[in-house]
Design a protein around this ligand. Sequence first.
Ligand SMILES: [Zn+2]
Length: 336
Amino acid sequence: MCGVSPARGLGGRWQGRFGVEWLGADLVLLRADSSRWPSPGNVLVVLDRDGAALVDCGFGTENGMEALEAGLRSVGRSLAAVHTVLCTHPHTDHAGAAASLAAGRRVLVPAGARAILDDPALVAEAILPPVVREFAPWLADLDIDSHFQDECGAVALPPDHAVEEVRPGAVIRLGGYAWTAVPTPGHDAHLMCYWEQRTGMLVYSDLLVTRGTAIPWYAPGGGGTGAYRESLRRVAALEPRLGISGHGGLLEGPHAVAISIEATERQIAARTERITAALARGPATFAELERCVYPPAVHDVIPWASSVTAVHVTEALESGAAKAGDGVFVATGGLG
Ligand SMILES: [Zn+2]
């Protein structure tokens, strides 16, 4: 949900393809040719004797499905050969195709995410919760539900499909790999990273800072900055040797993964610091505080960038560091 390009706005459609990056004889990353919004997340393909298993599946749009088919064909498989779809989280750039793929296949989603994927309106609400629209009334009429349905092909999962919910710590065997589910709330309340202990691979999806995107991105309801930072510590403790991103390229080697984890943590902390400093200078509107988080051009492309500011403002209010009044936020030290 977080790719950024000042050149394209809401209403653009991904017409791209997946590039193919072999990670092993039986493991391929189908990498979207762009991380600009709207573009699908990467798809990890595990090849086995029965066909193929996917970790995330990209957009369910016509082009999204064609691109997935083309990507699979270039590695000797097809959509028909896919028997399993494992999702990292219910954002529709990663799981948009799940509904189209569900029939006749094993579909696994993080525990608690089923209800969201059953109802595309809930996906939109998780991205831009009502509290953000209260802070940013200029977003009140933004129909992001329709936007995600159009751009990501987000449709409800078939109601009678037996989707499996992945619990924290569950081990999912796909081909020659055993993926342990590591809960990593923050970006989304249900974000699950998948850790392959034998090889040191971590599918980190949208957890870590990714060039050309707004990540780290988060919204009220996703767990807050505290949960996000705890998630970072959780994956750091695994000491991954290969980081497999939801957008963009790979993090090769333990050093690259560690640097990315640190950079993500630093960016979140820096946002808090900038907002705290802005409030210390005097009363500030929500729009002014937004400039502490992203440049305005980001909001033109992904208006749900405001959700990140809303997390920081909510935390400042809840901690008592700031108070709201008369259309502005004020540091509590400056009230008297
Ligand atoms: Zn996401």
